[in-house]
Ligand binder design. Structure first.
Ligand SMILES: C=C(O[C@@H]1CC(C(=O)O)=C[C@@H](OP(=O)(O)O)[C@H]1O)C(=O)O
Length: 426
C-alpha cells in the first residue's frame, strides 16, 4: 500500500535500493505527447548519486529504459513504464545496521510496521525510490509545458543557516541553478553553502535545509476543493519525499506575523484588463485553487540521519548499544532534492490540469461573469491555452482538407465546406 500517487495522472513506483532495480509505471499520460528517453535521463542526471563530491559517492549512471507506452517517439495513451537497474550496491556495508537501528532512520519504523528488516541501502525507504518519481515528473513536466506553458524551477534556498534571500520568482532560471553543485542560483551564496557541506562532510556529520520551487504560467482554476485543494495535494506530494519535515506555500508560517491588511494580495487590472494579484503572499493559490500567479512553495529537509558519528541506539533484540553509520551517504540531501520536489510539483499540477479539463473546460462558459473569459491569471489560462491549441489544430486540419479537396479537383465547394465547418465546443 502507499506506492501510488495521483488520480488521473498517476504514478506507481517500485523497487529497493539494493534489489534488481527501481522504476515507475505512469498511467494516464495523454497520447501524442513527444517523449524520448533523454527527456527522462536529463532529470535523472540531476538526481543521481555520485554527481559531485558533496553527495553520496555511490556511483550509479541511473540509465533509464522506457519499456512501454511510447511508439515512434510519441506516447500512445497506455502506461509508460520506466526501469533503472541498480549496479553499484554494497550490501556488506550494512552488516552492523542489520543488528542495531540507525537513530532517526526509517529502518526502525519499517520494522515496527512490517516486522521485517531490509536495511541494505535503506531498502524501500532509500532515496533511490525517488527515481520513479523523477521519471514520472519528467513526463508530467513535458505535458504541462506542451499543453499549458508551465515552467517549474527549484533551487536550494537554505542549508543550515546559510540562506538565499531576494530571489526573483519571475526570472529565476534552471540554467543558473544547474551552474553549481549545490543548486543555488546565487553564486556567492552557493559558494558558502558548498563550503558548509564540505566541512560537515569531513566530520562525518550532516546538515539539512530548504528547497524552494516556483511554478510559472500555472493556469488559474487548477485545484479541486474541498479535500483536494491544490496546496493540500502539493503538501502531501512534497511531504512524501524522504527526509522532508516541513511544507509552506506563499507566506507560509511567516505570514502569521502579519495582519490581514498587510497580508492580503490586493487585486488590480493588468494592461489586458485581466484581474491580477499585486503581490503574491498567497503563493499563487487561494481557496485551494490556483489564481494564475506564480506558485511558490518551500520544503524543509532534515539533516541526513545516517552519519559517520557514534550515537546511542538499541539492537533489534532490545539491547542498548552504540552505532556509527556505514555506507555511502549524502552529507546534505538538498542538491539532489531539487529535482525531486520539482517532480512532485509537476505530478500534482499535471493531475490537476487533467481534472480541470475534464470537469471545467469541456463546455463553453456563459458570456460575462467570472468564467468568460476566465479573468484570473496572466495566461488566462487552461481554457484559453487549450482552446487556442485546439483551434489551431482544427484550422490546420481544415486547411489540409481544403487543399486535398482542391488537389482532387473537387472544386471550391468541398474546400469551402471544410473551412467553414463550425468549431465544436470544447
Ligand atoms: C543510492 C542512492 O541513495 C542512497 C540512499 C541511502 C538511504 O539510506 O536512503 C543510502 C545510500 O545507499 P548506499 O549505501 O547503497 O550507497 C545512498 O547512496 C540514490 O538516491 O540513488
Amino acid at each position: 500500500m502507499g506506492n501510488t500517487f495521483g488520480r488521473l495522472f498517476r504514478i506507481s513506483t517500485w523497487g529497493e535500493s539494493h534489489g534488481g532495480g527501481v522504476g515507475v509505471t505512469i498511467d494516464g499520460v495523454p497520447p501524442h505527447l513527444p517523449l524520448a528517453v533523454e527527456d527522462i535521463q536529463a532529470e535523472l542526471a540531476r538526481r543521481r548519486p555520485g554527481q559531485s563530491r558533496i553527495v553520496t559517492p555511490r556511483n550509479e549512471a541511473d540509465a533509464a529504459e522506457i519499456l512501454s507506452g511510447v511508439v515512434d517517439g510519441l506516447t500512445v495513451g497506455t502506461p509508460v513504464a520506466v526501469l533503472v537497474r541498480n549496479k553499484d550496491h554494497r550490501s556488506g556495508d550494512y552488516d552492523t545496521n542489520a543488528v542495531a537501528y540507525r537513530p532517526s532512520h526509517a529502518d526502525a519504523t519499517y520494522d515496527a510496521k512490517y516486522g521485517t528488516r531490509a536495511v541494505a541501502g535503506g531498502g524501500r525507504s532509500s532515496a533511490r525510490e525517488t527515481i520513479g518519481r523523477v521519471a514520472g515528473g519528467a513526463v508530467a513536466k513535458k505535458m504541462l509545458a506542451a499543453y499549458a506553458g508551465v515552467e517549474i524551477v527549484g533551487y536550494v534556498q537554505r542549508v543550515l543557516d546559510v540562506e538565499l534571500t531576494d530571489v526573483d520568482h519571475a526570472t529565476v532560471a534552471e540554467a543558473d541553478v544547474e551552474a553549481n553543485m549545490i543548486r543555488c542560483p546565487h553564486p556567492p551564496t552557493a559558494e558558502r553553502m558548498i563550503d558548509l557541506v564540505d566541512g560537515i562532510r569531513r566530520t562525518g556529520n550532516s546538515v539539512g535545509g530548504v528547497v524552494e520551487v516556483v511554478a510559472r504560467n500555472v493556469p488559474a482554476g487548477l485545484g479541486s476543493p474541498v479535500f483536494d485543494k491544490l496546496e493540500a495535494d502539493l503538501a502531501k506530494a512534497c511531504m512524501s519525499l524522504p527526509a522532508s519535515k516541513g511544507f509552506e506555500v506563499g507566506s507560509g508560517f511567516d505570514g502569521t506575523r502579519l495582519t490581514g491588511f498587510d497580508h492580503n494580495d490586493p487585486f488590480r487590472l493588468d494592461a489586458d484588463g485581466r484581474t491580477r494579484a499585486a503581490s503574491n503572499r498567497s503563493g499563487g493559490i487561494q481557496g485551494g485553487i490556483a489564481n494564475g500567479e506564480t506558485i511558490v512553495l518551500r520544503v524543509a529537509f532534515k539533516p541526513t540521519s545516517t552519519i559517520g558519528r557514534v550515537q546511542q541506539t538499541v539492537t533489534r533484540g532490545g539491547v542498548e548499544t552504540e552505532l556509527r553509520g556505514k555506507g555511502r551517504h549524502d552529507p546534505c540531501v538538498l542538491p539532489r532534492a531539487v529535482p525531486m520536489v520539482e517532480a512532485m510539483v509537476a505530478l500534482v499540477l499535471a493531475d490537476a490540469l487533467m481534472a480541470q479539463v475534464a470537469q471545467c473546460e469541456l463546455l463553453p462558459r456563459p458570456p460575462g461573469g467570472v468564467g468568460a473569459p476566465n479573468p484570473l491569471g496572466p495566461a488566462a489560462v487552461a481554457g484559453s491555452v487549450l482552446a487556442a491549441k485546439q483551434a489551431a489544430l482544427r484550422a490546420a486540419a481544415a486547411a489540409a482538407a481544403a487543399a486535398q479537396a482542391a488537389a482532387a479537383g473537387g472544386g471550391g465547394e468541398g474546400a469551402a465546406a471544410a473551412a467553414a465547418e463550425p468549431e465544436p465546443a470544447l
